[in-house]
Each structure stands twice: as C-alpha cells, then as structure tokens.
Design a protein around this ligand. Sequence first.
Ligand SMILES: Cc1ncc(COP(=O)(O)O)c(C=O)c1O
Length: 410
Amino acid sequence: MPRPMAVTAREGEARTIRSLPLDLHTAFPVSEEKIYLSICDSTVLAQSVRAAVDRFLDQVMYWREERSTRDSVVEATRAKFAALIGGQEGDVAIVKNVSEGINAIATAFDWRPGDNVVLCASLEHPNNVIPWLHLKRRGVEVRIVPPSDGAINPQQIIANIDEHTRVVTCSSVTFAPGLRTDLAPIGRACRDRGVFFLVDAVQSVGILRLNVEVESIDGLVVSTAKGLLGLYGMGFLYCRRHWAQRLVPVYLSRPAVDLPPDRYSEMASFKLEIRPDARRFEVGSVDYASCYAADAALDLIFSIGPDAIEAHTLRLADRMRRGLAALGLEVTGLRAHDRPSHIVTVGRLGCGGHEVTDDPWLRAISQRLKDASVAHTIRRGMLRFAFHIFNTDQEVDSVLALVASVKRPA
Ligand SMILES: Cc1ncc(COP(=O)(O)O)c(C=O)c1O
C-alpha cells in the first residue's frame, strides 16, 4: 500500500498542523509499518518518548543522575498535565491507571446507606462501573441512567440527581460508540447541588480539549496509555482542592502527608497532617519510566498545540465518517444533534459482543483491514477507528479504498 510520508494540509484549512516543527510520520515509527487507527485502544510511542524512557533506564543502569532529577521530572509532568486540563498543579495526583483513580475517589467518601451515584452504565467502560457497584455492599444505590441515541444525555443525568446523590460520573468520550459528552451542563448542575462530578477522560485527553474550570469538573481520571501517548502503568487523578480536603484516602503513605524528612525519626509521635490537595491520593513511589514517557509526550502535545491536535483529528474523523457513509455503511456521529469525536464507529451498537461483531459485512471489512495492516478495533459489535496527530488524509483515503473493495454480503 502506498504510504504517506508526512502530515500535509490542504490549502485554506483552518488551524491545521501545517507549521509543525517536526515530521510526524518519522516521529511515530508505527506509521512506517501500519495505518494506526487504534489509539482508543492502546498508546503508541513517538521517538522522543522512547528516548526519554531510554534516558531513565540509562540513569538507573549507570546511576547518572541524582534522585532529585527524577523528582523534578515528576513535578514537571504533573504541572504539564495540570496545564493541559486547565487545573492547578497541586490538584493532580499520579496514579497507576483510570481504575486506581476512580477507586481512590469512590473509597474516600464516608458513604451512608441510601446515598446514590448516578451514571449511564451501558456507555461506561467496566472500570467506571464496577467500583460503584462495589459500593452496594455499603447500602449505596447505583442509579443507572439509560443512553439516548448512543450518547450520555445530560438532562437525564441531571433529572436523576436528588438530595442523596453524592457522585455523578461519566466519560468525556465513550469508548463506544465514541460520542462526546456535553459535560458543562452536568458539571454546573453538580456544582449547584454540592455533588462530586467525576469524569473518565481517558478517551479524550491528549486529543480533544477539555477544561476542568470551564466544565465544572471536580475529579478527572486518565491513564497515559491512550491519547496521552505515554506508557501503561501511569495515570493522573485531578481532584479539586475543595473536595480533596473533604475526602479521606483509604491508602496513605509518605507523598500524602506533610512530613519534613528531618522529622521522620519522630514520626510515631506525630499527628498525621494529610496534604490538603490531590496529592493525598498519591501512594508511594511513582512509576518513573512511565513518568519520563508522559513528560516527553506532553512536551510533544504542547509543541504541536492542543487546539491543532483537536482540529486535525476531528477533521480526519469527519472525512472518514462521510466516506464510510457514502459506501452505504451505518456510521455514528453524522446526525445534527450528535457530538462527534475523533473516534469513528460503524455498525449498530450492541450488534455483537465486547470485541466481536455479528455483522458479516463488518467482519469481512475488519479482516480486509487487518490483512492490509490497518490497526483498528471492534467494540460492542461496531468497527472502531480513532485518530491522533500522526494520522493523515492519505491514510483515511487508503482505508476508504480498502473498505470499498469489500462487497456487502448478499
Ligand atoms: C473509557 C475508558 N475508561 C477506562 C479504560 C481503562 O481503564 P484502566 O486505565 O484502568 O485500564 C478504558 C480503556 O480501555 C476506557 O476506554
């Protein structure tokens, strides 16, 4: 298959990545081997990210840098992530993944029987449902809101909030069918009622813009293993200071406590002062290798520009959607009321299992794409493609040509 060699933009396109300081095709070696449309499933490394991890490994192997250098990378990474989501540096804790961040919040409330949590379970990833179901043993009601037209409906979420609601949670973009959630009205409603608004943002951060202040978000969790272009084993938990002060972490260790190193020896006689911000949720040493990766990846994201990344990925996704629809496929996100994202899904939601589809045409297309080294996924019966900064118009056109070559079964 002919391979595009650089990201290019057509004349007149607004906010493109035309003026990038680097050749993204070279920066992401995956593009040499395949068309990678699976960032919604798994991260891929840029050369610069790999180099940062190598630097850390060399440091460990030869002990070339002081511990303080590692710690300064951790703090720089925290600050960069905070800047990306419009939060304060102290409001960000480093965690292991999305699940750990969600569980940190879910277990930090002093739940009373009859309290409730509101979510649209059928559109959430299991890792943002199971921690809440686990609270049923403490008498917490999990209020399940139905989806509307494949999307999380803010009005339905808000209508389910009552005086016993303590948490509302949703994804910023659903893993399937990949629509964007209108977060701001939910955030405002939660803020007005003193309810904690927790967003699973792993399917959008690093690709689409989001601002915790503008959208009145109290808590946000991501892993670095998707759009943030880092490694597995690390994530971020944002928690607004107002709430952090009221939530009591179940796990506690040194990073969470205000304790000067010169007083460790007197520790047993101390009244523990838990940090007043999100760092109270950070447990022990961080995964430094992943942190070096995240730091370099955030540099890359900022060097390109979050607005440019959003514009580029939304444009490619739109091109793909229209092309697939023109081939007669059922594509999500083309109706006027949809809020499409960088994720493109094809077929009917639920027409198959979590990673399989019952639709023979989609199965045949998937096989053809696999044979041509087009990385994609199947979720809940739908074919799923997702875009990031290294994808190109030419890649979209190549995929559309492959799809067009698969005849619809009679
Ligand atoms: C919306 C969403 N949440 C969470 C996860 C994964 O959670 P974790 O980072 O805990 O593995 C995924 C990934 O597959 C996801 O799509």
